[in-house]
Design a protein around this ligand. Structure first.
Ligand code: API
Length: 302
């Protein structure tokens, strides 16, 4: 079948309207589409993500999450940022997908796995009267080499702890952490003064240094078990919360000796608090809420 004809079929495959659920994790909202129930054209998902994310001409969210059958887990999750770029992991969406599939009866156990582009993730839903209020996620072991981030610029295999970065006329110290997606963490004295809007867009798309882009986090250490947190997300800009980012922040705080590994840390994000625990065995655990906002029918912008 020639490419033009297959593209025509691809275009035709997208339904005229899509059932969706809007959910959020600490204010980081996405449009969730159930690919078990409706056929979705893979090639059109980045465009769909841009369309549904627009607050004026779409539904309004930080991006699109597609749930689909998996051969290795109860469900597969694909993540598309507001700009249509696809990400390999998303902490807040993992909690919301876990809530969705449990409450819809698509899974029966309270502990199960979700397949992502960064691998299999184990989740445990906390149920109160049949409703999931919180979810605990094993986010796996952070990767700490420049080649993992990835980052270029002469630090090929060195660790990424407190690496000097030239940005916006400054030299700032960044700690790089991959949680399946790339994060750069900067420690600041006052979170309210953090250069989110200046450093964020410069570094998020600084592909010479970060070939796959970067989620840019700013952290103020409150005490040995609390962090203040802000984020400029790759592909979505400022969001009220970032689950993988909160994990990266705690890992970076341990690596910089601000907090201890093996202790539960409360991360204060714009959208609320998340509990992060980097176990001495290696896995980072994230615990936080998941909320269903609404369900509806998206008429594909007709
Ligand atoms: N913008 C991220 C994906 C979403 C991550 C975030 N919303 C979370 O909860 O982890 C990236 O491009 O890697």
């Amino acid at each position: 079948m020639d490419s033009a004809f297959s593209l025509y079929l691809e275009v035709r495959e997208m339904p005229a309207q899509l059932s969706f659920t809007k959910m959020h994790g600490l204010g980081n909202s996405y449009i969730y589409v159930n690919g078990f129930e409706q056929a979705l054209s893979g090639k059109r998902l980045p465009e769909l993500a841009r369309n549904v994310s627009d607050p004026n001409t779409g539904i309004g969210a930080d991006g699109l999450i597609v749930m689909a059958p998996s051969e290795t887990a109860e469900v597969k999750m694909r993540i598309f940022n507001k700009d249509g770029s696809e990400a390999k992991n998303c902490g807040n969406a993992l909690r919301c997908v876990a809530k969705y599939v449990y409450e819809k009866g698509m899974v029966k156990n309270t502990t199960f796995h979700i397949e992502t582009l960064s691998g299999l993730v184990r989740v445990n839903v906390h149920v109160v009267n049949g409703t999931v209020d919180e979810v605990t996620v094993d986010m796996g072991t952070p990767k700490l080499k420049s080649s993992d981030l990835p980052m270029t610029g002469g630090t090929t295999e060195k660790d990424l702890v407190s690496v000097p970065i030239e940005v916006d006329g400054d030299t700032a110290l960044m700690t790089g952490v991959s949680m399946g997606n790339p994060h750069g963490v900067f420690f600041v004295d006052d979170i309210e003064e953090a250069p989110v809007k200046s450093y964020g867009p410069i570094l998020a798309d600084h592909h010479r240094l970060f070939p796959e882009g970067l989620n840019v986090e700013f952290v103020q250490v409150v005490n040995s078990h609390e962090l203040q947190f802000r984020v400029w997300e790759r592909g979505s800009g400022i969001t009220r919360a970032c689950g993988t980012g909160a994990c990266a922040a705690v890992v970076a705080a341990v690596l910089n000796n601000y907090v201890e590994q093996g202790k539960e840390i409360t991360v204060h994000l714009l959208g609320g608090d998340m509990k992060i625990f980097w176990s001495n065995e290696g896995s980072v655990y994230m615990r936080g809420p998941a909320v269903t906002i609404c369900e509806g029918l998206y008429l594909m912008g007709t």
